[in-house]
Structure formats: C-alpha cells, structure tokens
Design a protein around this ligand. Structure first.
Ligand SMILES: NC(=O)c1ccc[n+]([C@@H]2O[C@H](COP(=O)([O-])OP(=O)(O)OC[C@H]3O[C@@H](n4cnc5c(N)ncnc54)[C@H](OP(=O)(O)O)[C@@H]3O)[C@@H](O)[C@H]2O)c1
Length: 227
C-alpha cells in the first residue's frame, strides 16, 4: 500500500519504519521538510534528531503534509494532538481516505502530568471525523507506547489488547488487518467513532502507571470469562 504517515516524532518513526519494513511505500509528512532534515538536537524525550533516524530508514520519504497524502491509500495521523487538526488541514483533500488516528488530546500548558483538552462528551477522534466528514477516521493504537504499537510481541507474547473505533466498518477492517500484521492478536472493535472517548481517557491512568512503574512497557489486557 501507499501510506502517508503524518508526524516525525517517535510514533511516526515507529509506524513508518515498520510499514516500510513490511514493503509498503511510505512517505512521512511534516510541516517543513528542510527544517525537519536540519534538526540536530534530540527532542524533549531525548530521541535523536530526525536526520539520524532518516539515515537508518532511507526507504521512507519525507515531504510536506499535502505531498505525503497525495495518492495515499491510507493516512496515519501521528501528529501532536494539539496540532492534529492543523496538520490534517494542511494535508489537503482527505475525502474518502482511511485515517488511522493515533493522536492523544494532551494539554501540557498546566505542567505535568498533562490534562486532556477534550474528554467525556467528545474526543479528538470525533473532532477530526467531524472536521473531515468524508474521511474515514479509525482511532487505534493511542493506548500504548510507540514501541509496543508496532511490536506487541515484546510484551506477554503479544497477548494483550488494542482497540478500534470508527464509523466505517470497511475502514476498521483495513486498520485491523494492519494491526494484525504488526502482531496484534486481540483487536476489540468498540463501535462508532464516539467510542474513541474511552481509549483517549485512558491516558491519565496510563501516565500515572508510567510514573509508578518507571517504564512505558505495559498495556491493557482484557480478560474475558470463558464462554
Ligand atoms: N509517544 C508515544 O509513545 C505515544 C503513544 C500513544 C500516542 N501518542 C500520540 O501520538 C502522537 C505523536 O506523538 P509523538 O510522541 O510521536 O510526537 P509529538 O511530539 O507529539 O508530535 C510530533 C509531530 O506533531 C507535529 N506537530 C506539532 N505541532 C503541530 C502543529 N501545530 N501543526 C502541525 N503539526 C504539528 C510535528 O510536526 P513537524 O514534523 O513539522 O515538527 C511532528 O511531526 C501524539 O498525538 C501523541 O499524543 C504518542
């Protein structure tokens, strides 16, 4: 598939690198490719600047958001939640596109831990779907860290859970297939796009567990009663 991965942070890199390894044609989207290619300082999380990763992943192209999306079969939104609507506006015509939305609505303006800038009666995924009504938004993968997203078998033999939320059954099917290709075995379809509220509101607890365990390598596993 031809896939546009919008976002050059650790999530965009993890997903773009994995998809390219799997043989997909991947272009990452960024605001200003020259600026991104000129970065020389690690990001706030201590990740190496983009050019270091770019050298190790030469098959992944880098382009402006709108150029990355041109002709793409699927678009991954791996941009900062506060900038996601701007990034998607900059991407141009998204009509008919499946958008795998990995973003979280984190607001760092009041310090740590971040708060959610949308919750309870709305989610960022719904804002994206409502802003781009002809796109097919599927929320997924936002409940786990970037490394586990593309390699869930690093933990508990991959026996843990990921969710999909979205209005379009075929789009959720495409995303679920992609997730299974990453190694996910327990993909729970929560329902329409309003069900993205729950996975987004897991973030405050995720952040506290990270703080307590001092590791991002954990996830939700939904244990069911035997039928
Ligand atoms: N880190 C994780 O493990 C993790 C786990 C689950 C979900 N998430 C979510 O995944 C998303 C990506 O996270 P991340 O840690 O990889 O990176 P991030 O630092 O949250 O986002 C980086 C990307 O956002 C873009 N961006 C920032 N502000 C923008 C604006 N105003 N307009 C347009 N684009 C803007 C940047 O564009 P440029 O390339 O132009 O700089 C960059 O590509 C976030 O929504 C995050 O909450 C992260």
């Amino acid at each position: 598939m031809k896939i546009a991965v919008l976002g050059t942070g650790m999530v965009g890199r993890a997903i773009a690198g994995k998809l390219a390894n799997q043989g997909h044609q991947v272009t990452m989207g960024t605001r200003d490719p020259n600026a991104t290619k000129s970065r020389s300082e690690p990001d706030q999380m201590g990740n190496p600047p983009f050019p270091v990763w770019g050298k190790e992943n030469p098959e992944v192209k880098l382009a402006k958001f709108n150029e990355a999306v041109l002709g793409a079969d699927m678009v991954v939104n791996a941009t900062n939640g506060a900038g996601s609507l701007d990034a998607l506006h900059a991407a141009g015509n998204l009509d008919g596109k499946v958008i795998l939305d990995v973003s979280n609505p984190l607001d760092f303006s009041k310090g740590m831990p971040p708060q959610l800038f949308v919750s309870n009666s709305e989610s960022l995924a719904e804002r994206i779907q409502n802003t781009f009504p002809a796109a097919k938004v599927v929320k997924s993968l936002n409940t786990t860290n970037a490394y586990l997203m593309v390699d869930p078998k690093q933990l508990a033999n991959g026996e843990h859970t990921v969710f999909v939320s979205g209005n379009d059954a075929a789009a959720k099917g495409k995303v679920s297939e992609l997730l299974r290709g990453f190694g996910w075995t327990d993909v729970i379809d929560l329902g329409d796009i309003t069900t993205a509220r729950g996975p987004e509101m897991w973030l405050p607890l995720w952040l506290r567990i990270w703080g307590s365990t001092q590791s991002p390598m954990f996830n939700l596993k939904i244990v069911r009663a035997a039928k």
